[in-house]
Design a protein around this ligand. Structure first.
Ligand code: IPE
Ligand code: IPE
Ligand code: MG
Length: 249
């Protein structure tokens, strides 16, 4: 009988791995629905999957991991779902922060966390605390896109540069790609090499619109709570076989 290969270890050539992986963690709701459970049950399982993927990224020596946790459009969801998601997030940070810190993980939040609805002050503080505590760490750069929108990020950068011109700090012709990138939430991070989206959807949903210019894309039907080390290794293996040309030949 042919072996499914499910248990076989995937050997990855570390020299070929992406420096910066971005993930759209999608499918929590459908995962829960399939089990006849409320959507928040899926989010809970999703946090566990995230935990494993962070650890594995660290083990593989990946330099940066950027995950899409909550978009500027996700506020459209019910207050109950938004509240549960934020609660899970706070719980995750309080529960895991010590360990992530020990591992040398540096946490950065991408998105407008100053502009969160009232009632989320505790979550806000937990996020600021996580960033401040891990600021000097030199291990995995873990970036959590939260209240994040790619269009908003670009507009935010444009506005910051316009202000600098107005204040006489720079001239319009000083605005080049490097300066523009310096105003994005991802300033200082390596180029995004690889984008993974789970759950079968093939769209960006307002994620890293500027940064994904030359990223390799990968989609899988696996729902986020089922996305484990093995599924991640499969994705990374696919990446190592890509031929990136960047417009050349
Ligand atoms: C992704 O799962 C998690 C977040 C957007 C926070 P979804 O909640 O979008 O799950 P589906 O896409 O409805 O299955
Ligand atoms: C994108 O997923 C946002 C996150 C994963 C946080 P959505 O589920 O919100 O995206 P759409 O609505 O399917 O485009
Ligand atoms: Mg979704």
């Amino acid at each position: 009988m042919a072996r499914s290969g499910k248990d076989e270890h995937i050997e990855l050539d570390r020299a070929l791995l992406p420096r910066h992986v971005a993930i759209i963690m999608d499918g929590n709701g459908r995962w829960a629905k399939k089990r006849g459970m409320p959507r928040t049950f899926g989010h809970k399982a999703g946090v566990e999957a995230l935990r494993e993927i962070i650890r594995h990224s660290d083990d593989l020596g990946i330099e940066a991991l950027t995950i899409y946790a909550f978009s500027t459009e996700n506020w459209k969801r019910s207050a109950e779902e938004v509240g549960a998601l934020m609660g899970l997030l706070l719980e995750y940070f309080t529960r895991e922060l010590d360990e992530l810190h020990r591992e040398g993980v540096r946490i950065r939040i991408l998105g407008d966390i100053g502009d969160m609805p009232r009632g989320l002050e505790r979550q806000q503080r937990a996020l600021y605390d996580a960033m401040a505590r891990t600021k000097e760490n030199t291990g995995l750069k873990l970036n959590i896109a939260l209240n994040y929108g790619g269009r908003q990020e670009i507009v935010h950068a444009a506005r910051a540069l316009a202000q600098q011109v107005k204040d006489g700090k720079i001239e319009p012709e000083d605005i080049d790609m490097a300066r523009f990138e310096g105003e994005l939430y991802t300033a200082g991070l390596p180029e995004v090499d690889f984008l993974i989206r789970t759950s079968g959807e093939i769209r960006l949903s307002n994620f890293l619109l500027y940064q994904l210019a030359y990223a390799e894309m990968y989609q899988t039907d696996v729902l986020w709570p089922d996305f484990d080390r093995r599924a991640y290794d499969e994705a990374l293996l696919a990446y190592t076989k890509r031929n990136r040309r960047f417009g050349g030949v």
